[in-house]
Design a protein around this ligand. Structure first.
Ligand code: UD2
Ligand code: MN
Length: 580
């Protein structure tokens, strides 16, 4: 009887487990991506053998819209001409609220006209530049997830107002399952009343920007696809410089210069005067200097290894020849590398066009929660590395060993595409296109010169401490502990900076006058304010090139730099120092 009872109990348990397993649905990233992958496959089969745009005339003309330029010149008001703006004190509550949901000043954006004027900050050579009169038509694709209504609409207005009307066939706003009321309920009405060329595409489930761009691109019918983020502003005469190189060679992809729309004041300004896109071996997007010969030819478009991701123009035919994006990429991240590698390795070319400028709001922080798809960025990077980066993938895995434990899903289609298009190896890309990348971002970093806790030689119980400080907060001296070891663990890296070992923060001294504090700032690898050198013989930690030394005041425990002298407070002990 006892045995029978046990048997029954076990059977019952097994049945129960079976029921539980089959009723709780576990959605993995792979499940989410599958429908997009299948529909893309069907689409690509239909899309093969389409013809690309060929210009019918190479005569060059002036494409500026002087009427629009004159109209904008006369405008006055808040945020006009891209000048910095501020809200009155009485709006501070709503300002805070909309900051928190957007990562930028949404309340201020609502006060700035949707068709505001922008400053013309192009290279002086752009004013006189002519472009061929026969240019391809454009479908603009703007993915968005819970974008703030006024920045989304300003994107559409800026495109329509600053482009030749007949070149813009359509503007797709692709809603990646937004939940905000305006976007869900009022957007259709608004655009059908005010912006007839704008069409809205809705994704059923939150699928990410890659799926959203693919959905827009599939509906597009013009010669060229122009992708934009949902918080951008196209500037004067931005379109012809993007289109001409594509008209002349359909395998050329062109990016505009990306300007900064300040997240707090909406000021419009340049981020720099141009750079070539690149990456480091954790796949953070980085920038390399413009080559001297390209500098001489400014504002001629110049080659760039990697696109920033959000803003570019590509022939629709070439985009689909390249298979579009890998539909297995989920939510956000990595698609800029996938497409850039594909473009270069599979017979295309990528340019930055200095005379095309588009402003973009770099958010202060990402306001969206992870949609519950796990480490989608890691998985995306893994997919891209496995398919395109060959033996160089190991340099990513060496820094992020846990990527090797992420299941990248099925890669057979991506690998088949690479074969079919006879794409070149990654080594070719690294030596011919991104040839100066490894000098600045070496795949294998030389060992740090010294590392560990850093203590004043006279008070070994104390340590320099980053105390979870944010950017621009000063470093402190605290009791050495095991508990906050990560905050006391530093590296004198081969970049000659002193960095926190657990996060990308460096010791920075923006002001070199005596007793200036040492601040935390993200490592920029550029020396200057972050340049440090340790001298084991004298125990001095020298900053910059002005003969300043790390120093402290034992009674108050404050930490600062001072001109180097013989005082004992300038002596520091570091756990482990490489003496070679
Ligand atoms: C940069 C790119 C961005 C993209 C990203 C990496 C620029 C200026 N921006 O980050 O275009 O390449 O790197 O993937 O080059 N979105 C969705 N669904 C989502 C998440 C985002 O539709 O689940 C939309 C979002 O509303 C925006 C666009 O995708 O329009 C890009 O997202 P972002 O602005 O958060 O990316 P960003 O600029 O930080
Ligand atoms: Mn963006």
């Amino acid at each position: 009887i006892l045995r029978l009872r046990n048997l029954l109990a076990i059977t019952f348990l097994l049945i129960l487990l079976y029921i539980i397993k089959n009723t709780t649905e576990v959605r993995t990233i792979a499940d989410v991506a599958k429908p997009v992958q299948q529909s893309l496959r069907r689409f690509l089969q239909k899309e093969s053998d389409k013809e690309y745009f060929v210009p019918t005339s190479l005569k060059k003309i002036d494409w500026h819209n002087y009427q629009q330029i004159e109209y904008e010149r006369k405008r006055v008001g808040i945020g006009e001409h891209g000048l910095p703006a501020h809200l009155p004190e009485k709006d501070s509550v709503i300002e805070k609220d909309l900051y928190a949901v957007n990562g930028f000043n949404g309340a201020l954006s609502d006060k700035i006209p949707l068709n505001r004027s922008l400053p013309d900050i192009r290279h002086h050579g752009c004013h006189k530049r002519l472009y061929i009169e026969s240019l391809p038509t454009v479908s603009v694709v703007v993915p968005f997830h819970n974008e703030h209504w006024s920045t989304l609409l300003r994107t559409a207005y800026s495109v329509l107002n600053r482009s030749p009307t007949f070149l813009i066939k359509e503007v797709f706003l692709v809603d990646d399952a937004s939940t905000k009321d305006f976007l869900k309920q009022k957007l259709e009405d608004y655009v059908s009343q005010h912006l007839p060329k704008v069409k809205i595409i809705r994704l059923e489930n939150r699928s990410g920007l890659i799926a959203a761009r693919l959905a827009g691109a599939k509906k597009a019918s013009a010669d060229v696809l122009v992708f934009l983020d949902s918080h951008t502003e196209a500037n004067v005469n931005w379109l012809p410089p993007l289109l001409e190189p594509i008209a002349l060679n359909y395998r050329t992809v062109v990016c505009p210069f990306i300007d900064v729309v300040a997240y707090d004041t909406f000021e419009y300004r340049a981020q720099d005067e141009g750079a070539r896109g690149a990456f480091d071996w954790e796949l953070f997007y980085k920038r390399l200097p413009v080559l001297p010969r390209d500098e001489e030819n400014m504002p001629e478009p110049f080659e760039s290894p990697i696109m920033a991701g959000g803003l570019f123009a590509i022939s629709r035919v070439f985009f689909w020849e390249l298979g579009g994006y890998d539909a297995g990429l989920d939510i956000w991240g990595g698609e800029q590398y996938e497409l850039s590698f594909k473009i270069w390795q599979c017979g295309g070319r990528m340019l930055d066009a200095p005379c095309s400028r588009v402003g973009h709001i770099y958010r202060k922080f990402a306001p969206f929660p992870n949609p519950g798809h796990g480490d989608f960025v890691g998985r995306n990077y893994r997919r891209v590395a496995e398919v395109w980066m060959d033996e160089f993938a190991q340099f990513l895995y060496r820094r992020r060993p846990h990527y090797l434990r992420i299941d990248p899903g099925d890669l057979s289609e991506q690998k088949a595409l690479r074969q079919k298009l006879h794409c070149k190896p990654f080594r070719w890309f690294m030596t011919q296109i991104a040839f100066d990348l490894t000098a600045k971002y070496p795949p294998v970093e030389p060992n740090p010169f010294a590392e560990g806790q850093i203590r004043p030689a006279t008070h070994l119980q104390f340590c320099v401490d980053a105390h979870h400080g944010a950017q621009m907060e000063p470093l402190q001296i605290k009791a050495c502990t095991r508990a906050s070891a990560a905050e006391q663990d530093f590296q004198l890296s081969w970049h000659k900076d002193v960095r926190s070992k657990s996060r990308n923060m460096c010791w920075d001294v923006p002001d070199s006058s005596p007793k200036s504090p040492i601040l935390l700032y993200s490592c920029h690898l550029g020396g200057g304010n972050q340049l440090w050198r340790y001298h084991p013989d004298t125990k001095r930690l020298k900053h910059g090139t002005n003969d300043n030394c790390l120093d402290w005041d034992p009674p108050t425990r404050s930490l600062y730099i001072k001109p180097c002298d013989n005082s004992e407070t300038q002596e520091w002990v570091i756990d482990s120092v490489d003496n070679e």
